[in-house]
Design a protein. Structure first.
Length: 225
């Protein structure tokens, strides 16, 4: 067995530099604005939790949301508000998809530490992306003028109907929840897609579906409040 004298710290540094070089290479090969932004994030924010943000479950659920949204409502939007936007991965996936023509995406999160990462990941979008640090309950949804509001973390909202009542009637929404009851931070899971539809009580439903994951099922509805 080959021996090594490298320390754990050196191994970590080597891994980080290798990952940065690999992602930069993939960005050059693919021409993807998302991959280019990811390379910048790896370089500037080595402690960001990218392993969670870009794991296959997170990415898979966002691809599902993006594709079903395009099929249901099309790809042209003046202003999208994404709640619980975290590192802005979903925003970056929209900007990376040529099917979509979006004037502005506001990625809203209550955590002030994620805004810089989100701005870096979406740097190619320029003024079409904005990371906002704010409580989703404190937003003035009428003044925002959003023609689409996205919330993929409805399992974290104690009173979903009360929050939905803050949105102007006629607002288009994309909403996701799940049946992952064993996760302590999930305070409002639903057992079925039908239960989620009852909870959201949308005026018009353009899409309703389920996506089976390893430990849980994700539910999504797209429509109008």
């Amino acid at each position: 067995m080959m021996k090594t004298t490298r320390t754990n710290e050196a191994n970590t540094t080597d891994w980080h530099e290798s990952a940065f070089d690999i992602i930069r290479g993939l960005a050059a090969y693919t021409g993807s604005s998302l991959v280019e932004g990811l390379a910048k994030v790896v370089a500037k924010y080595p402690d960001a939790d990218l392993g969670t943000a870009f794991n296959h479950k997170q990415v898979g659920s966002k691809i599902w949301a993006r594709d079903r949204l395009f099929e249901s409502l099309g790809g042209k939007f003046k202003r999208i508000v994404i709640l619980g936007g975290w590192y802005g991965v979903l925003s970056a996936m929209f900007f990376d998809d040529s099917r979509f023509d979006i004037g502005l995406i506001e990625s809203v999160d209550i955590d002030p530490q994620v805004a810089d990462v989100a701005e870096t990941l979406n740097v190619k979008a320029g003024e079409r992306f904005r990371a906002v640090t704010r409580d989703m309950y404190a937003l003035d949804y009428r003044a925002s003028g959003a023609d689409l509001v996205i919330n993929t973390s409805c399992e974290h909202i104690a009173d979903l109907p009360a929050w939905l009542s803050l949105l102007p009637r006629g607002t288009q929404v994309l909403l996701q929840s799940n049946d992952y009851f064993s996760e302590p931070t999930h305070i409002n899971c639903v057992p079925t897609l039908e239960a989620f539809q009852d909870q959201t009580a949308l005026g018009h439903v353009a899409f309703a579906g389920s996506l089976a994951m390893k430990k849980y099922t994700r539910f999504m509805v797209i429509g109008t409040v």
